[in-house]
Design a protein around this ligand. Structure first.
Ligand SMILES: *[C@@H]1O[C@H](CO)[C@@H](O)[C@H](O)[C@H]1NC(C)=O
Ligand SMILES: *[C@@H]1O[C@H](CO)[C@@H](O)[C@H](O)[C@H]1NC(C)=O
Ligand SMILES: *[C@@H]1O[C@H](CO)[C@@H](O)[C@H](O)[C@H]1NC(C)=O
Length: 450
């Protein structure tokens, strides 16, 4: 214990880079008037925007609360949403614009974007653009970082015992395989980001209308057993790569393909294609379901696992001519980032299929072995071994219910840490209280059935 405490102090002092992009931009930073400098269009999706060409035209846009984008020249109205704290997407005049927010090694530059991609809503006429805010404001500090690449994870038995003594709704257990991983690898497994979710919006209020729709839903539901049929594809293991976002995203598309085809299409999709080929995410360093299940699946399509098998490491994108499966109409549940809540999630889940979510992973979660999880904050503040930052882990909600004895409500969630983890690779987590922010960032997207 003393040694563990000592190690954790050392680890807390080491500097490192471990995140998606270092950008940490809030809604407040981005809302306002922007200029987009757009290069010549007419390209296809092979366009490389690393170095955008000469400016062809300029557009001016006002991004307003909560999700309204206005073309300042024509007055036309469109839509926009933050993508977590990483960037923002605008849909206006039949065109989509997405770019990550600008950053340096040490700070976010939230009034500018990195070079981004624009194309029309049917996916043609690609161009590059760079955005800058017209009334420039302050920049935010980047994310703090640490070097955890050498330290091996150590099981903290006392910590596990404490969790099990502190409460009865879930059980912590030992996973010996964790000790083969470094702390950096463990961090990657749970989202690969050192981002605290301080800017994460609270769930949106539930309106009367929504409450009425939700009251007609079954009191429990599980896509693994709908009249005896399972629509959820098998649990996989992401290994030590921060690719949870790819597994959570593609798990949703796989399940929704099964639902759309009454289980006749049981495709497994390639997560390696996402890790190696998507410029909308950062490979093994992390990414976001909105940009993968949504934007990447719409703009580039997904391919099958058999075409591009998972090896769990960053690598150069292998071009291939495999068949691609597309998805469309992607959105945050509730319409935009900040519009989500429990009832909207239940409605989306029952009506259309499993939903991609993200949540904060605390140390206690890694020891979860069964039951209805909620974060157990132990009295002595930090548990014995605590070099971790709070991070963001993407997973797939496949059902919901309530404990028959205690009435405690839960979500049933598919993880990507193998079948021997948790409840056969799944876990349950408290529902209705935005436990670990799980009810704030759900994503939906619809496969185009082949
Ligand atoms: C885009 O171009 C840059 C150099 O300008 C290169 O480093 C990068 O690999 C290219 N990306 C792709 C996907 O070809
Ligand atoms: C990101 O910025 C917000 C608001 O400026 C701040 O509260 C939060 O702590 C920052 N997060 C990180 C990881 O720097
Ligand atoms: C869907 O598949 C199940 C099981 O194969 C079958 O019983 C059912 O009739 C099918 N439903 C439709 C609408 O085809």
């Amino acid at each position: 214990m003393a040694i563990l405490k000592f190690v954790s102090i050392i680890l807390a002092l080491l500097p490192v880079v471990l995140c998606d992009t270092p950008a940490n931009c809030t809604f407040e930073d981005v809302v306002g008037q922007w200029e987009f400098r757009v290069s010549a269009g007419g390209e296809d999706n092979t366009l490389n925007c690393t170095k955008p060409g000469p400016v062809d035209h300029v557009i001016h846009i006002d991004l307003k609360f909560p999700d309204v984008a206005i073309d300042l020249t024509s007055g036309h109205k469109g839509f926009w949403t933050m993508v977590y704290n990483q960037g923002f997407e605008v849909v206006l005049n039949e065109k989509k614009y997405f770019a990550f927010s600008q950053y340096t090694d040490v700070k976010s530059i939230c009034d500018q974007t990195r070079p981004g991609w624009s194309h029309n809503t049917v996916g043609t006429d690609w161009a590059c653009y760079v955005g800058s805010k017209i009334h420039a404001e302050k920049s935010s500090p980047g994310k703090p970082t640490k070097d955890l690449s050498q330290q091996l994870f150590k099981t903290d038995f006392a910590f596990i015992e404490k969790i099990n003594t502190a409460q009865n709704s879930w059980k912590a257990g030992v996973y010996p395989e964790y000790e083969k991983m470094t702390i950096e690898e463990m961090l990657r497994r749970r989202g690969g980001r050192a981002s605290k979710l301080a800017m994460k919006p609270r769930p949106a209020p539930v309106t009367e209308e929504i409450r009425k729709v939700a009251s007609n839903l079954p009191s429990s539901f599980d896509w693994r057993n709908v009249n005896g049929q399972n629509f959820v594809t098998p649990v996989r293991d992401q290994g030590a790569c921060g690719s949870c976002y790819a597994f959570g995203s593609l798990g949703m598309i796989e399940a929704r393909l099964r639902i759309a085809t009454n289980n006749t299409k049981t495709t497994i999709l390639s997560t390696q294609d996402i890790v190696s080929c998507s410029e909308y995410s950062q490979g093994c360093e992390g990414g976001f379901p909105y940009l993968i299940a949504g934007k990447y699946a719409e703009d580039f399509g997904l391919t099958e696992e058999s075409c591009y098998p998972y090896h769990g490491q960053d690598s150069t994108c292998k071009k291939n001519s495999c068949k691609r499966i597309y998805a469309t109409n992607y959105a945050y549940v509730g319409g935009f980032y900040g519009g989500c809540n429990e009832e909207l999630m239940r409605i989306e889940l029952v009506k259309n299929g499993p939903v991609s979510v993200s949540f904060e992973v605390y140390n206690d979660f890694e020891s979860y072995s069964g039951g209805i999880y909620h974060h157990v904050a132990l009295e002595d503040g930090v548990p014995g071994f605590d070099p971790f930052e709070l991070t963001n882990h993407a997973v797939l909600v496949v059902g919901y219910g309530a404990d028959p004895k205690t009435g405690e409500k839960f979500w049933t969630v598919k993880n990507s840490w193998g079948e021997s983890w948790g409840e056969d690779g799944f876990f349950r987590i408290r529902r209705g209280t935005d436990e670990c922010s799980i009810e704030s960032i759900a994503v939906k997207s619809f496969p185009i059935s082949p």
